[in-house]
Structure formats: C-alpha cells, structure tokens
Design a protein around this ligand. Structure first.
Ligand SMILES: [Zn+2]
Length: 148
C-alpha cells in the first residue's frame, strides 16, 4: 500500500532561496529575485536602467567635449592677445602643455588657401617648419560664436 503523500505548505513569500533586494534602476522597489543573477525587478526596469545609463554617458561625453572646446578657445585667445598680431604663431608643444587638443574644433574653413579649424572665436592651423610643429592662430573679423 502506497504511503499517503505528504502535504507541503508553501509560503508564497519564501519560494525563492534568494534574499530580498532593491531594484537598482532608481525606482527603489524591493523584490525577491527568481534567479541569483536577477538584478532588476523585471525587463522594463532593466531597460530603464540601461537607457538612463546611456543618456548619462552621452551627456558626460558632451560636457567633456564642450569643456575641451572652451579650453582650446581660451588658449588661442591667450596666445593671440599675447602676440598681439593678426596671425599669431605658437609652438604646438606649448599649447599642448597647457591642455590644448588639436582634435577638438567646431568646424573648418579655407583661409589663404590653407585649411583652418575653428574654435568658438578663433581659427587655427597646425603646420611644420624645420621639423617643428607650429600652430597659427587667426581671429576672424566676424565672430562665429561668442560662447565663453
Ligand atoms: Zn526598478
């Protein structure tokens, strides 16, 4: 004769062997995960967290780029005023030592058959003379931007 099956009572709250945790998406909901690697309450919360993270990263990159552009512009302003000529020439190494980055600019244009890169208020061009890298700085008559 078969033994009577034991009745097991299951508490709905204790079905998961994992401890209650907080959803890290920002909603601050507490939940009991079904799997050990379940980070978020559900896929919707996981997507929210992912999208917020991406937005944050891209705005961080944007802030860094604008910071570098402002720095470039300020350095060109400093050296252009220091030399006090229409076309100032500075050793690129000097500019770089102060934090200038030639790969950050907001546009470019031709001037006297040379390609210049634009910052908010200045145009610059890097060239080589006797093995030395130089940066020529022009202040265009018409300011493109006055962002400071
Ligand atoms: Zn959440």
């Amino acid at each position: 004769m078969k033994e009577k099956e034991k009745k097991i009572s299951v508490e709905p709250i204790n079905t998961s062997p994992y401890k209650e945790r907080m959803c890290p998406c920002g909603c601050e909901s507490m939940f009991i995960p079904h799997r050990r690697d379940q980070l978020y309450l559900d896929s919707k919360h996981a997507n929210n967290a992912y999208n917020n993270g991406k937005r944050k990263q891209s705005s961080k990159n944007q802030v860094a780029a604008e910071k570098q552009l402002r720095k470039n512009d300020k350095l060109l302003d400093k050296y252009h005023k220091l030399f006090n000529v229409a076309e100032a020439v500075v050793a690129s190494v000097t500019l770089k030592a102060e934090g200038f980055d030639h790969s950050f600019f907001i546009g470019n244009g031709m001037h006297n058959e040379n390609l210049y890169y634009k910052t908010y208020n200045y145009h610059f061009r890097e060239y080589e003379l006797n093995g030395m890298k130089l940066t020529k700085i022009l202040l265009p008559k018409k300011k493109i931007y006055v962002k400071r």
